[in-house]
Design a protein around this ligand. Structure first.
Ligand SMILES: Nc1ncnc2c1ncn2[C@@H]1O[C@H](COP(=O)(O)OP(=O)(O)O)[C@@H](O)[C@H]1O
Ligand SMILES: [Mg+2]
Length: 245
């Protein structure tokens, strides 16, 4: 697969065209940003770690019948992906209160949600700083049809079930995560983007230690070590949650 021109350079990845118009290459960067891009830094080896983690998790989802953009590996930091027309809405799935939800509704971080998961919608618009959207806002904007919203929400819940179990078998609590979906050329909704400690909150099940980008956001130290530990566990066999009791 030949890598052609750079189409887009974002905060965490670079997207390249290839000689196949339906295939892109997504190359993961070591750079990290937080707080709407105001905090910038580098997490050593993050590109390789997030690429490998995302590849493993996309395969897990595909095996469980969830359609994703993942086609295969390309290099240590890059994967081949199906070209999608990305939805302008991002999906945040939450099992436990953390981050902006703690600030929004005033419950302490770590509170288990009564009816998990909670699915939130955010407008993917940098100029507006990615605001939270109500259903009425999405209807008014018309950027995602009611059918697409229902389908992506259903997929987000299924992805949560699969990932929650997978991480639990690896002694990790899936607190919350962000998903981006897109349409393929036939109009099918598929999962795109990435699944990594940049986009998931993951806590050690025993110690509640944060093993995700909050270590960078909150200057907790041990950032690279946390990403490496999550990668190690994701690539490991895992232990059935019941047997492990
Ligand atoms: N399969 C895909 N097809 C087209 N674009 C994609 C696909 N998967 C992810 N993207 C987009 O590629 C970009 C990835 O780069 P990233 O650094 O995450 O960007 P950003 O800074 O906008 O978050 C995002 O804009 C994302 O929506
Ligand atoms: Mg992104």
């Amino acid at each position: 697969m030949t890598r052609l021109e750079k189409l887009y350079e974002g905060k965490a990845k670079i997207v390249y065209a290839t000689d196949d118009p339906d295939v892109y290459i997504q190359d993961f960067k070591d750079s990290a940003t937080a707080f709407d891009g105001t905090k910038k830094g580098t997490i050593l080896d993050k590109g390789r770690m997030n690429n490998n983690m995302s590849a493993r998790l996309f395969r897990l989802l595909e095996d469980a019948g969830v359609r994703t953009h993942f086609l295969g590996p390309d290099s240590p930091t890059a994967m081949r992906i199906r070209r999608l027309d990305m939805l302008k809405v991002e999906f945040v799935v939450r099992n436990v209160v953390a981050g902006s939800l703690a600030n929004r509704i005033g419950l302490p971080e770590g509170t288990a949600l009564k009816k998990p998961p909670l699915v939130e919608y955010y407008y993917k618009d940098d100029a507006l700083h990615d605001p939270l959207l109500c259903l009425g806002h999405i209807e008014e904007l018309g950027v995602v049809s009611p059918d697409e919203l229902a389908e992506a929400t259903r997929m987000a819940r299924k992805i949560n079930e699969i990932l929650q179990k997978f991480f639990a078998e690896r002694n990790l609590v899936l607190v919350d995560f962000k998903l981006e979906f897109g349409r393929d050329k036939a109009g099918n909704i598929m999962l795109g983007d990435e699944i990594s400690p940049d986009t998931c909150r993951l806590w050690d099940a025993q110690t509640q230690d944060k093993l995700d980008k909050d270590r960078f956001r909150r200057d907790l130290g041990g950032v690279e070590e946390a990403y490496a530990e999550v990668l190690r566990r994701v690539l490991s066999e895992g232990v059935s949650a019941k047997e492990g009791d």
